[in-house]
Design a protein around this ligand. Structure first.
Ligand code: DGJ
Length: 750
């Protein structure tokens, strides 16, 4: 049993393999948060909560006359509400029918249910076999205010993950407006902390930034309609001494793809509160009496083994409990995408040419990117006109799909479903389907507008159009793109007083379309994309098992992007392709084997015209595909370790270790070259101390040029004990040219 409730004490303890999460309802119904961290057993930890009269911290009426030390302003609370004595960051804000906003929730009971809760119309983690997940639903009420809050907890004991969601119900007589509904409200009464967030921009997503929390509120979020390139809806809180391998860390990730706000507040006595939920700036949800609103879910994990521990726990969880369906455990096809090969300038024959050479190299699927529909030959028009341009293709979609099938290639196709061009038949027919404020010219971005996904007729149009195309081309893959941020929010489907629901309803509409397509085509593989990785979050991963990590395909730049992404998300969710050299974004020239090595630590695909390659480059592609096919299970299913930080040593090194400790792959890429450099040493992880391992550079990966004779040892196949590999470490072979990479396979000796 992972949820233990003691009604006499009001104590609720959630236990996972290595962690405890605890809350306690006190004598006046306040639900105190007593602990989230390492396993402390089932003891009531409320003894550690210190109280004193600090002045200007009010006291609840029940306590006020006799006890001035009891204040919501200081107590660690399981959920924080606005306006009734807690002056710190609130997780829940409601405007009542009389205009007041004070809310005070008191514990009124709880239920424990087997299995994991689901959330209506929202993505939420699902229980896997052997998870023995349990659900706790805590009910809290504000009888004077007429609001009920239900706090949902999913406990995954073996995975050390706890999930939270929130449902608010109007139990009063008048209309309520929810102004903020954050499922995460997490208080820490002691400790100094650093916060790691993942920030960036287009073509440079999810760069980790670490900062010490100072007094006051530190926040990041998105008001762009999507989770965004700029801030990922995830974070790690850690003690200041935490490193990759050591130290207490809390991982947080939002299962949501829309606007979000993460707030961390350090208060007057050094306590810390974390709040994460839908961004309140453009959110106001109306509840009539009896109606409820359910928030998206947030994932929590704790590890005392540094960031690496958080990453491994999240990777396991996302791979099995967020990603679901047909492709969860299946090897994903190695694809070739024509975007960087042709951009908008292609015909059906050109694609067949690419596909037949690709097939010969070992590639399994051709993805036709933007430009196949309407009269779209640039990014100025035709979004929404999802009819194949047979004149441009020189064939029907059916014929294209059939010819690819004859070649033995799968067929994938690009869409940008949530958008509309002003210059499109769809816009001419339904101008009100585009998001714009009446009477105000909307802001264009990439010359496009967004469709009002909050409307059911719009959602149904997209479902029908996409289904027809998928059926006609017998497509088994869809690249789902989204190339702008949202603004000028307005929907014709709601009255003036409910426009604050639009941004969230947009996300719900997108989720509905995704779910409908997966119901209709259960074997369809959808790859998420938003101008690269602008919507890389667990909400999307619930529908799209992989997401294009970035439009930046330069392997050296990708080292940083994939490094940052790996803190939360597993390698098999990161769309990564080998592209042409010089690279189209940076102009950098890199060896083909380095491009392969980097893309291999992702979903692995290609984005170039293979007919323009030399025989030597083609041979290198064949080699890369052979290596990946042989090691796919290890790379996509193993434990991931970041061994260096990009830019620190001039060499980025990471490792994928098999769960059984029998094998590991170390990949190292030199991102700087210097004369007479210091050697790069790394300690490995995930091996068995007492076993011997054979080290070898992956056959064929030994590169032409002047190898350092000392590096020959790798080629001879050295044998080293697991304990030495993990404690003493290994050196990375020296480079003989710029951007050289090495892949070292480490295998247990029989
Ligand atoms: C942005 C995507 O990230 C690219 O890969 C490509 O699909 C273009 N859109 C097409 O317009």
């Amino acid at each position: 049993m992972s949820i233990i409730y003691s009604p006499e004490e009001g104590l609720i303890t959630l236990r996972t393999k290595n962690t405890v999460y605890q809350m306690k309802a006190d004598e006046i119904g306040t639900l105190l948060h007593t602990w989230y961290g390492e396993d402390t057993g089932e003891e009531d930890l409320s003894y550690a909560i210190h109280r004193m009269n600090r002045g200007f911290s009010g006291n609840p009426h029940e306590k006020g006359m006799t006890d001035r030390s009891y204040s919501f302003d200081q107590l660690p609370l399981e959920t924080a509400t606005f306006g009734a004595g807690d002056y710190r960051t609130a997780a829940i804000m409601v405007r009542h029918e009389d205009g007041s906003r004070a809310l005070r929730l008191r514990f009124s009971g709880c239920r424990i249910c087997p299995g994991k809760y689901t959330l209506p119309d929202l993505p939420a983690s699902v229980e896997d076999k052997d998870d023995k997940a349990e659900t706790l639903i805590v009910t809290m009420e504000d009888p004077e205010g007429g609001v009920k809050a239900e706090l949902f907890y999913g406990v995954f004991p073996e995975k050390d993950v706890i999930t939270r969601a929130l449902r608010l119900t109007n139990t009063g007589r008048g209309e309520k407006r929810i102004l903020k509904a954050a499922p995460l409200s997490l208080d820490f009464i002691t400790g100094e902390y650093d916060l790691i967030s993942f920030n960036g921009k287009w073509a440079k997503e999810r760069v980790p930034e670490r900062q010490a929390l100072r007094c006051g509120v530190q926040s990041f979020g998105s008001v762009r309609g999507a989770s965004s390139h700029h801030h990922n809806p995830s974070a790690i809180l850690c003690e200041p001494s935490a490193t990759e391998d050591k130290g207490k860390c809390w991982g947080i990730s939002f299962v949501y793809s829309g606007e979000f706000l993460f707030e961390a507040e350090r208060d007057m006595i050094g306590q810390t509160r974390l709040v994460l939920g839908i961004h309140p700036d453009d959110f106001e949800w109306v509840l009539q009496p009896g109606e409820s609103f359910t928030s998206p879910e947030v994932l929590l994990t704790y590890s005392s083994e540094g960031f690496s521990g958080i990453s491994r726990q999240f990777h396991d969880f996302i791979r099995k409990n967020i990603v679901r369906g047909y492709w969860r455990d299946r090897p994903r096809p190695i694809l070739i995408n024509n975007w960087e090969a042709t951009y908008f300038y292609f015909t059906g024959e050109k694609l067949i040419e690419i596909a037949s050479t690709a097939k010969d190299l070992g590639i399994e699927m051709l993805v036709m990117d933007d430009g196949w529909f309407g009269d779209r030959n640039s990014d100025y028009n035709a979004l929404g006109d999802w009819e194949p341009n047979e004149e441009k293709l020189g064939m029907t979609l059916h014929e294209l799909g059939a010819r690819l099938e004859d070649l033995g290639m799968r067929f994938g196709i690009w869409f940008e479903p949530e958008t509309i061009s002003e210059d499109s038949d769809l816009f001419r027919a339904h101008p009100d389907w585009a998001i714009a404020v009446p009477g105000r010219a909307p802001d264009l971005s990439r010359s496009e507008l967004l469709l009002d996904m909050s409307r059911r007729d719009v959602q149904d149009y997209i479902i029908e159009k996409m289904s027809a195309v998928i059926e006609e081309g017998r497509a088994s893959y869809v690249k789902w793109d989204f190339n702008r941020s949202m603004c000028d929010k307005f929907t014709h489907a709601l009255p003036a007083g409910r426009q604050g629901e639009m941004a969230h309803r947009f996300v719900l509409g997108t989720y509905r379309v995704l779910e409908s397509l997966l119901t209709r085509f259960p074997e369809l593989l959808i790859e998420g994309c938003s101008g690269g990785g602008g919507r890389f979050d667990c909400g999307m991963l619930y529908y799209t098992p992989q997401i294009w990590c970035s439009d930046n395909t330069d392997p050296v730049e990708r080292l940083t992007i994939q490094y940052g992404t790996s803190f939360i998300y597993p390698v098999n969710t990161m769309g990564a392709h080998v592209s042409a050299s010089p690279n189209h974004q940076t102009g950098r020239t890199t060896p083909m084997e380095t491009r392969s090595a980097v893309a291999m630590s992702g979903t692995f695909g290609y984005e170039l015209d293979p007919n323009r390659l030399s025989e030597e480059e083609k041979e290198e592609i064949r080699r890369g595909i052979r290596v990946f096919s042989e090691l796919r299970e290890l790379i996509h299913g193993g434990d991931y370790y970041r061994l260096t930080r990009p830019d620190d040593t001039g060499c980025t090194v990471f490792e994928e270790a098999a769960k059984d400790g029998k094998k590991a792959l170390v990949t190292a890429v030199y991102d700087h070259v210097r004369a007479n450099p210091a050697p790069v040493y790394v300690c490995l992880h995930g091996l068995k101390e007492e076993k011997n391992y054979r080290l070898r550079l992956i056959p064929g990966h030994v590169q032409k040029g002047r190898n350092n004779p000392a590096d020959e040892a790798y080629r001879e196949g050295q044998t080293i004990r697991g304990s030495s590999l993990m404690k003493r470490g290994i050196y990375i072979p020296q480079y003989t040219k710029e951007y050289q990479s090495w892949q070292i396979l480490i295998e247990e000796e029989e």
